[in-house]
Structure formats: C-alpha cells, structure tokens
Design a protein around this ligand. Structure first.
Ligand code: DX5
Ligand code: ZN
Length: 230
C-alpha cells in the first residue's frame, strides 16, 4: 500500500436523531479521527432499505469538515448522483449494476467537483468494468449485500480487491480501493493485506463505546497489516 489507510465510519450505524454529534464523535480534534464519513443513501428500490437523501446530505455537509463519502444505493444514479457532487460531497459512489452510462456519469461527477466512485456488489465481477474504472477515482468493493449494517463479512470478495490492487500497482488504474461491509477488528487485517486503501466501518465504530478510539484502533491494525504485506 502506497498511502496511509483511510478509515470511513458509516453513519448508517449512528443515531439518526443526533447526526451532527455523531459526526463530531469521530472528528479527532487532536489529529487523527475519521478520514472520510461514509453516508449510505438507500432508496428502497435498488436495495430493500430506505435511509436518507439529498436534503439531509446537504445539511450534513454544512455541519462537518470531514470529507463526505456518499454511497448511493439507488436506481437511476445517472439522474440523481450529480446533485450530491454539487452539494460538495467529496466522493460520490454509484453502483455499477444501476448506472446506465457509467463513463459519462463519472465525467459529470468530476465536472461538478467531486471524486467519482464505482461500487460493485459481492457477486458482481470486476473484469467487465476495467475500462470504465479508468474514469473513476474510487472502487468500492461490497463485502456484504448492500442494504443493512451489521452483516457478516464475505471474504471471497478479497480476490477482487487483490486484482484491483495489482492493476493500481502496475499503473493500469489510478484509484482508491475501498471496502464496505463487515469490517471490524476481526476482518480489517485480511482486507488490508488484500490491498484495500479505504475501510468503511459502521457497527464497528458506532457500536463501540468510544467511536473515536475505535477509528484509531482500526487504523493501526490496517497500517500494521499493510506493512506486513510489503
Ligand atoms: C451496507 C452499507 C454499509 C454499512 C456497513 O449496505 O453500505 O456502509 O454501513 O455496516 P457494517 O460496517 O456494520 O457492516
Ligand atoms: Zn456503504
């Protein structure tokens, strides 16, 4: 791994009545803290669950300095995703299974000032998207079926993060390899060894007594495991 690992707590496991406080709880005033804040947007169509949308994200954006990482689990991202970029979201991720024109969409997201992310579900192969990913800044590999927090990690997806890592290391792709689902103290090391740069963690952070300490613990595990890999 060339860069320091990024830790992205997922607000899905936070208290939705206190989102500003929950963001501040991982802010790390004394340095450290969350690198990105992961916000799961679900529409009850692409996934069975329903969470929040653009008006809430606009408010979150005003209430934190931590870069937002919006994971859009929605149908028709070609229509909706750019609004999140225009709201100032740092990284806007859409699902490969839902996007009609992923290359054009990445260009539009970047033109609106955001980084563009492409996500693939656990059973979606990486290879068909190799060329498309040249237009993206982030690849989000799902390690659970999208829709809910607190699910069990699917280790088989690490084959995809390994292949993506190789493509980055050999210069064929230039992106952050991100993983989402079931990341905790038991699983983060194997993900770091498999070349992941950015780790989303919901229940492992917001289910902990001290979310900021949980972020730091995950970060040191990821750093140590990544060193062991080199
Ligand atoms: C699930 C979401 C995840 C979720 C992860 O569809 O995309 O971001 O918050 O939660 P944990 O870390 O608890 O598996
Ligand atoms: Zn997510």
């Amino acid at each position: 791994m060339s860069n320091q690992p990024l830790i992205a707590p997922s607000l899905l496991s936070a208290d939705f009545a206190r989102l500003a406080d929950e963001m501040a709880a991982v802010g790390g005033d004394s340095g450290g803290g969350a690198d990105w804040l992961h916000v799961d947007v679900m529409d009850a169509h692409f996934v069975p669950n329903l969470t929040l949308g653009l008006p809430v994200v606009q408010s979150l954006q005003k209430s934190t300095d931590i870069p937002l990482d919006c994971h859009l689990m929605i149908d028709d991202p070609d229509r909706w995703a750019v609004g999140y970029a225009e709201a100032g979201v740092h990284n806007v991720t859409v699902h490969a299974e839902a996007a009609d024109e992923p290359v054009g969409l990445a260009k539009n997201l970047r033109a609106a000032g955001a980084k563009a992310g492409l996500s693939i579900k656990p059973n979606t192969p990486l290879e068909p998207y190799t060329d498309v990913l040249k237009h993206y800044d982030t690849l989000l590999v799902m390690s659970v079926e999208p829709g809910f927090g607190g699910q069990k990690f699917i280790g088989e997806v690490l084959e995809k993060t390994r292949r993506a890592r190789r493509m980055v290391d050999t210069g064929h792709l230039n992106l952050v390899v991100e993983i989402d689902g079931g990341i905790n103290t038991e699983t983060i090391e194997q993900a770091a060894e498999a070349g992941v740069d950015c780790f989303v963690a919901g229940s492992a952070v917001y289910g902990a007594e001290d979310p900021a300490r949980a972020v730091e613990g995950l970060r040191s595990q990821a750093i140590n495991a990544a060193h062991a890999r080199q």
